[in-house]
Design a protein around this ligand. Structure first.
Ligand code: ZN
Length: 338
């Protein structure tokens, strides 16, 4: 059985945030948080609620944390100078409309710097991301079991309850991440046919992108924007020229549309296998200052590895206060241990 298809049947234990964080819990450093979808009334988006985001920022203000911008973090990494104690950095990925409408006003209210990585082809109305198409298909199908033959392999997915919908989405997404990029459109179209779902050309309401006027408006209020590729395809699954094009075109489009984009890249899906020395070299050749990943960990300027600025770790913003406080509180934990 093909490797990526095999993974359909393997629980994604390795991606569980808790297990990963546990090993890094006591390392000193600054957490960079990333936000994806926001929960908005009347829509079924999963993610963090605006109330929760407000609680998190309020907690940081009340407990003496310093907000640092991503460019401060990168400057500090590149110059090997320490960041303030108890500092926290925020980023947001992709470019959905509710991220702008819902999260940005909260960051502005708290005067908290935010770097927003946008999928440029999505904002250009050329596409909607392949991983959100998977969510759309799974969320809307009435079938409880999907069985299909892809690339000479039988694929079977059971969708009984909400929980199995969520895990099916994650498992399919992670399966697709292992495929050669050229196979993805065919896989999605077969999945849609099997699920009895028509995938529209442009994004449906729940998955709408920001437009450039909105982005310019947010930029004028201090939000920094940076490239997250043209198409959200995984760079390591592309040939060199295509990977280069994802990086250089998304940056040049941002420079054309905005007055102050930041030259830091966000690798699509950002796991260890999704980028490598080739992508880091392209970024360096193009004069990028650094790049962020979705690998869990803290930024620690006293213990830098080579190319650290191009492999910056991040944590998904936890959806509950207890986890959030723990992610932020390495100093307290270090004190308790000493
Ligand atoms: Zn993304």
């Amino acid at each position: 059985m093909k490797n990526y298809l095999k993974k359909l049947f393997v629980p994604l234990l390795a991606s569980a945030p808790v297990s990963s964080v546990a090993t890094k819990f006591f390392h000193q450093g600054t957490p960079i948080f990333m936000i994806h979808r926001l929960i908005v009334d009347g829509q079924s988006s999963s993610g963090v609620s605006p109330e929760h985001l407000r609680h998190c920022l309020n907690y940081l203000v009340k407990n003496g944390y310093t907000f640092v911008s991503l460019d401060e973090v990168i400057r500090s990494v590149n110059s090997n100078t320490p960041l303030p104690e108890k500092s926290v950095c925020f980023t947001m990925d992709d470019g959905f409309i509710e991220q702008g409408n819902t999260a940005i006003p909260i960051f502005i209210e708290f005067n908290c710097p935010l770097t927003f990585f946008v999928i440029v082809g999505f904002l250009d109305n050329e596409l909607w991301p392949w991983d959100t198409k998977i969510s759309f298909i799974i969320n809307n199908t009435r079938k409880t079991h999907l069985s299909m033959l892809f690339d000479d392999e039988q694929v079977s997915i059971t969708l009984n309850k909400n929980d199995s919908h969520r895990s099916a989405r994650e498992i399919i997404r992670n399966t697709i991440k292992e495929m050669d990029a050229s196979l993805i459109p065919d896989f999605i179209s077969l999945l849609a046919d099997t699920a009895g779902i028509q995938v529209p050309e442009s994004a449906p309401d729940e998955y709408l992108a920001l437009n450039w006027d909105m982005v310019r408006e947010y930029e004028s209020k201090g939000i920094r924007f940076a490239p997250h590729s043209m198409t959200h395809r995984i760079l390591s699954k592309l040939d060199k020229k295509s990977a280069e094009n994802e990086i250089t075109t998304s940056w040049s489009r941002l420079k054309t549309e905005l007055s102050n984009p930041i030259k830091v890249f966000c690798y699509p899906t950002g796991r260890v296998l999704d980028f490598g020395p080739r992508e880091i070299q392209i970024l360096k050749n193009e004069g990028f200052l650094g790049a962020v990943t979705t690998i869990h960990g803290y930024v620690n300027t006293s213990n830098l590895s080579p190319d650290q600025a191009f492999c910056l770790p991040r944590f998904e913003l936890p959806d509950n206060m207890m986890d959030f406080m723990q992610y932020c509180s390495w100093i307290e934990h270090a004190k308790i241990r000493s």
